[in-house]
Design a protein around this ligand. Structure first.
Ligand code: NAI
Ligand code: MG
Length: 357
């Protein structure tokens, strides 16, 4: 029996609803497979914990997480706690503290879910966006001087390091190489940004030498939005900076149908620390407690987690179950259905139990 230690942090809003759904699907997979075991420990960190203790997680929170093989995360954010406290108090310290520098965001139109793009269906849009998750525009460099005065100045400095760019390029080329089309698009803005982005391009070309079987091309980020919209079939694996990928992956999520189906993985490829798996969406106050949160994003990130742990067969089984249930029309309201979170979850668990491969 292969065993893994999983830290579940459901946190706020619909986080606990979708993480509960994800854990039910993972339980069904363990029973179906019979050869691996996830030992899940729950952490009650988040906004309620903050209201009781003044902190989003204990001071030694990251230390407590270190021995785990992976972190299964819901969402943070509460209407009565400022967003920069919730985000910087829990999610970002984990991403940055554990150097989860590759943020991997698969996007695909699932059967039964329609894209807002006319004439585009499953198979036409099948991408993985790799976002640099440790530096670039979100490195936190900069400051403000003469606050509130007419001569006030603010700087927000992008940081690109040779180490940071090389490691994300290598990760993206490897991922592209592992996918059938072996196709990588490097997003840049080196026409206007002559330093960091030109180094980004140069390093991409250097790393490309290590991957002669991967076809790659380069797109300026503005033109990339047009290509994603008009020629989704021409893309496969995509790598972009922290800011560019943040924006492009929201577009990708919308083109694939809904935020409720979009997953993400924050990966430390060197496996020095646990990686973190989460749906892209937030805590969704407007539907919290109504029992209608779409659990698909969480199922999909659970599949990414299984893949990362080396349980590829279970990951594939989970995605087949999700696709067959979506194709049958058992869907939550955000993707045009009438089912509840629990009904979708039951259908996915049933599809897992009855699958013959
Ligand atoms: P949100 O992602 O929570 O919700 C945006 C819209 O999408 C809402 O109408 C919501 O009902 C819908 N939605 C989201 N997930 C859904 C699901 N699984 N099923 C069905 N519908 C779904 O973003 P919003 O409203 O901007 O932020 C709410 C809170 O979440 C804020 O405090 C924000 O800071 C936080 N947030 C946290 C994130 C995280 O933990 N990674 C990411 C994004 C926002
Ligand atoms: Mg974003």
């Amino acid at each position: 029996m292969r065993e893994y230690k999983i830290a579940a942090i459901p946190a706020d809003g619909i986080g606990p609803e979708v993480i509960a759904a994800g854990l039910q699907a993972l339980e069904a997979l363990q029973q179906r497979s019979g050869d691996f075991r996830l030992n899940v420990e729950h952490f009650d960190w988040g906004s309620d914990y903050y209201k009781k203790t003044g902190r989003m997680m204990p001071e030694d929170g990251p230390e407590q997480l270190k021995p785990f093989d992976a972190i299964f995360f819901g969402a943070v954010g509460a209407p009565d706690v400022p967003d920069h406290i919730t985000l910087w108090g829990l999610r970002l310290p984990i991403c940055q503290g554990f150097d989860q520098y590759a943020n991997v965001r698969p996007t695909r139109i699932l059967p039964g879910i329609s894209s807002p793009l006319a004439g585009v269906g499953p198979g036409d849009l099948d991408w993985v966006i790799v976002r640099e998750n440790s530096e670039g525009e979100y490195a936190g460099q900069g400051g403000r001087t003469h606050r509130g005065l007419p001569e006030e100045v603010a700087t927000e400095v992008s940081i690109f390091t040779r180490v940071g760019v090389t490691r994300i390029m290598r990760y993206a080329f490897k991922l592209a190489q592992s996918r059938p089309r072996k196709l990588l698009t490097i997003v840049t803005k080196s026409n206007a940004q002559r330093h960091g982005m030109v180094m980004w391009d140069e390093i991409a070309a250097e790393v490309a030498q290590e991957f002669p079987d991967v076809t790659w091309d380069k797109m300026l980020v503005d033109a990339m939005t047009v290509r994603m919209t008009l020629k989704p079939q021409s893309l496969d694996t995509i790598v972009a900076t922290n800011l560019h990928a943040d924006i492009l992956s929201d577009l990708a999520g919308a083109l694939a149908g809904s935020l409720g189906v979009a997953p993400t993985a924050n990966i430390d490829p060197e496996r020095r620390y646990p990686s973190m798996f989460e749906p892209i969406h937030g805590s969704a106050f407007d539907i919290t407690g109504k029992g209608i949160a779409n659990p698909i994003a969480t199922f999909w990130t659970a599949a990414q987690m299984l893949e990362h742990l080396g349980e590829g067969a279970a990951a594939a089984r989970l995605m087949r179950a999700v696709e067959s249930v979506a194709a049958e029309g058992v869907k939550t309201p955000d993707v045009g259905g009438k089912a509840t979170t629990q009904e979708v979850t039951n259908a996915v668990c049933e599809a897992i139990r009855s699958s013959n491969i």
